[in-house]
Ligand binder design. Sequence first.
Ligand SMILES: *[C@@H]1O[C@H](CO)[C@@H](O)[C@H](O)[C@H]1NC(C)=O
Ligand SMILES: *[C@@H]1O[C@H](CO)[C@@H](O)[C@H](O)[C@H]1NC(C)=O
Ligand SMILES: *[C@@H]1O[C@H](CO)[C@@H](O)[C@H](O)[C@H]1NC(C)=O
Ligand SMILES: *[C@@H]1O[C@H](CO)[C@@H](O)[C@H](O)[C@H]1NC(C)=O
Length: 574
Amino acid sequence: MANGTRMESSFVISVAVCLYLVFVASCDANLANTPGPIGGSPYSAPVHQLKTPGETFQPVPYALSSIYLTDLAKREEQVHERVVEYLRSLEDRLELVKTYLMDYDDSQSNIKDEIDMNATESLINSSEVETLRALKVTASPIRSYRMIRRFAQDLRAIDKHIRDDAESLFLDQMAEIQGMHNWPSEDDTYDVMDGILRIHFFYKLNLTEFVQGRVNGTETGVKLSTRQCWNIAQFAIRWQFYTLAMEWLEVTKWKLRQESEEERWPGLSEEIVIAAERRTREHHDKHFDDQIEKRSPFIFVNQVGKGPGLPKTMREHLMENYLGREFGEDTDFSFINYVALCNGYNFQNQEEKNKLSCWLERDRHPYFILNPLKMELLHEEPYLVQIHDFIGDHWIQVLKRVASPMLERAPPRNHAKATPRTATYAWLQDEDIEEISLINKIESFTGLKVATERASERLQIASYTFGGHVGTHVDSLGSQAHLDEKGDRIFTLLIYLNDVERGGLTAFPVLGTTVKPMKGSAVLWYDSLKNGEVDGRMLHGACPLILGQKWIATKWTHLNENMFKWPCALNPEV
Ligand SMILES: *[C@@H]1O[C@H](CO)[C@@H](O)[C@H](O)[C@H]1NC(C)=O
Ligand SMILES: *[C@@H]1O[C@H](CO)[C@@H](O)[C@H](O)[C@H]1NC(C)=O
Ligand SMILES: *[C@@H]1O[C@H](CO)[C@@H](O)[C@H](O)[C@H]1NC(C)=O
Ligand SMILES: *[C@@H]1O[C@H](CO)[C@@H](O)[C@H](O)[C@H]1NC(C)=O
């Protein structure tokens, strides 16, 4: 028994190590290469029509960036207006067509009955029928008048409306609203569903509530339809996120039962969902060994078979058994601790917590005598400090304004080696933000040379939307440092540019603590040890954002220009 337990433990430890990497890396890597699982994009046709020859659109990472998502939402308001106008024009035309047909039918009805009866009885042939009908019309002043009027008015109106070409007008207007950006594509729907599944997984969202518009307790006022739940379930199945897929199928079934007959989408029935559940179980079991080898957290701890009920999920198992361990340098538990930290856990013991404090810092530079820094120590050794009100609203606005047009997805969609991340980034040179003295302030604060491209990297601005995250990593370049003419990174200074509604903590799995994003505050830590080696304790990640937006600015300063200043000038305790 004891033996069995130990074996299970070591299995789980190895599972824990790479879980996270598999999650997004495989997702990122595979999605781009595979045709869409969920049918054609409703937008694909217009996009093709709108694209004028020779014009290249920039693909925009809509689902990863709050700026593009906001922009898209604004454009959709204009698009919606045009669609409403287009509907009105369709309805007008429909009305004209109906008017014509009703008048025709009404003025012909009793002729037809009589002639048709004689035709059925083969008393007359078809060309006689035509002639007889025509004679009936011309014999009647009323019928003749109505016929002439139909040509003069009804048909002419239809003709005119068609020549007005509401379709071309509509397409032109759409192209104008679209501008140089492509509309969202199938890939963007993957990004969005990927984001939803990530917050579902990380925060163990209650799906019954989620699909009714409550996101971890916050009422958003908008629901998912049964069909949309089904689409997400299909997506989860496709990417072998089995535990999540089962939950999405379950909630799809639940939604089906809530619906009245009229609401129901005819393409889906409870039998179809149950069949999908059965297939998902079969796939789970068939790929179980594979999935364990790949260290997927999206499986159940045992095979599930055909029977009722399901065993524990791997996530539950890891959370129950591998939390709050002594950390040391060993990062084996970092993944599950990262998930726990994102959920509000803290693993610092009382002794560590007792050392934490807040103070006003005046000594670093004469500038701070009158404007002391509001420091909060979050971890003593290694040093992790949050500086409140490090920058104000004006600087924040400048940073966002300058960065907004430059935001890009990084790394590219199927870059499997990079740290899994879902956000957009911009890199600002010192000259881009000359109107604010941010670089000076960082130099005064750290006592290091930060200005110029030799001393530091460009200021990185990152923008996240829901589901946006960065997997755990260290910033130090380690053995790669010699490849960088600047030398290794000395410190990371990360500035939060807004208050975050829910989620989005910065988590340090080895330190066992998190930093809450607070507008204008900065966090500082050192990336390398004094002897130049990587400080593995500074492993950190950005927790997935649940609601709202998140903007951060990060400055990495390097060693070579600071050789004789570091480490003495920085942190006297180390
Ligand atoms: C239909 O046939 C009957 C009998 O042959 C005839 O009296 C009547 O006029 C015919 N009707 C028409 C519309 O031709
Ligand atoms: C229909 O009947 C008319 C007169 O009985 C005849 O002249 C004509 O050829 C017939 N047409 C056909 C298509 O049978
Ligand atoms: C999810 O929320 C629903 C409705 O509030 C509740 O009835 C259900 O028990 C919750 N499920 C879980 C697993 O907590
Ligand atoms: C989600 O909601 C629960 C209950 O209100 C709360 O305890 C938890 O901190 C929330 N999670 C996050 C990441 O905000």
